[in-house]
Design a protein around this ligand. Sequence first.
Ligand SMILES: [Zn+2]
Ligand SMILES: [Zn+2]
Length: 442
Amino acid sequence: MNEQPNITVGVCENDEAIAGSFYGSFHVAGGKPLNGPFRAIAGGDVVMLLDGSGREILRHPSIHCIPSEGATFSLESVSIGRNFHWERRRTERFEGALTFIAGRGGGVTAVNTLPIESYLASVISSEMSGTAPGEFLKAQAIVSRSWLAAMLLRKARPSVTPPASVRHIQGEEEIIRWYDRQDHEQFDVCADDHCQRYQGISLRGRAAEAVRETSGIFLTWRGEVCDARFHKACGGLTERFGTAWEDIDVPYLVSVSDGPDIFDTADTEQKARLWLLSRPDVYCATEDSDFLARILPDYDRETADFFRWRLVYSRRDLERIIEDKSQREIGTLYEILPLARGPSGRIHRLRIVGSRRTLEIGKELEIRRVLSQSHLYSSAFTVQAEGGTSDVPERFVFHGGGWGHGVGLCQIGAAVMAQRGFSTEAILAHYFPGTSLERRYR
Ligand SMILES: [Zn+2]
Ligand SMILES: [Zn+2]
């Protein structure tokens, strides 16, 4: 990679109709210049593009709109945080080209094409607030850029192992699944948490500066661009790669203590319980609400108890959630039993014992998905059954820690490091041991 590549971002996927506006003129092959409000409507295997007064301008399986100098566009009702507790819809503004594609599911998909550095300026300000400390924003810019380049390279290679398996063993059902970003066929990345949050140009602030200052700089390991992962808050210890995805060791995605002190791993039941019920003095354990308001986007500030959290379900509620999310009948829920944990205490294999069926699920994101209406903050938790009889409890109490998969950069911890005077280089060396920084283009 010696020059800046373009990236294609799926902003809306398979919607019935997409409304928005062109600011400045956009050109389409075989049409007049476009300006002002538009609607794109799904019509089977074609997309119909209508102007502000509802007149049809074009119909085609894909419509590519190219901006003239300085032109931008907006899309209404863009979904963010899909299936997570912070889900909502907003109008977002974008730069670059806009393509409407007739989606596989009969809807219409909107794809934004733009240079990787412009994309990153939006990603950094969508993931974290543009008012966060500069050294942190630069670290986040380098991490996102590296992750993206590694993902594009991986996507170019054929996939080896399918990231999902369902097996039946002696009446038990095992569902092991992980989620990665090669899932998209019509574009490189989606605009949501599944890949990286990309919410257009409205929020940028200082983030754009951080991207410019680090332009073309990548995190590398022995000359190769790192698959640099990141998450909101590790909970005190970061996690190894294999807990969340394919069970391999990635040399720079290992567990580290998120502070100057070294803590023991939390990979057994006893150690996990002690760890998750304690409040170690680590970078991401901050409770400084003014500082969190500076670093987190507004909708993330609603997640106040990310470092240590507690959740109580009645048995009946949890049975309903598990049956709904796993699409399996479990009957009466007897027990939730962690079978394997990573070093941060995150569970990657969990047994759910019901009267009708026993389920074994993994990995961390699948566990978070199945045990919550939206998603649990993390899979680092201990469960206590309370009330009822010894066989049939009345409720389940979860004590958890951290927010996200825990692998790589802990965003809140990294922002605290920057506030305490650590440089971008020191922050990256802390979360990605043994890596270097290399500039590949300007
Ligand atoms: Zn995605
Ligand atoms: Zn942390």
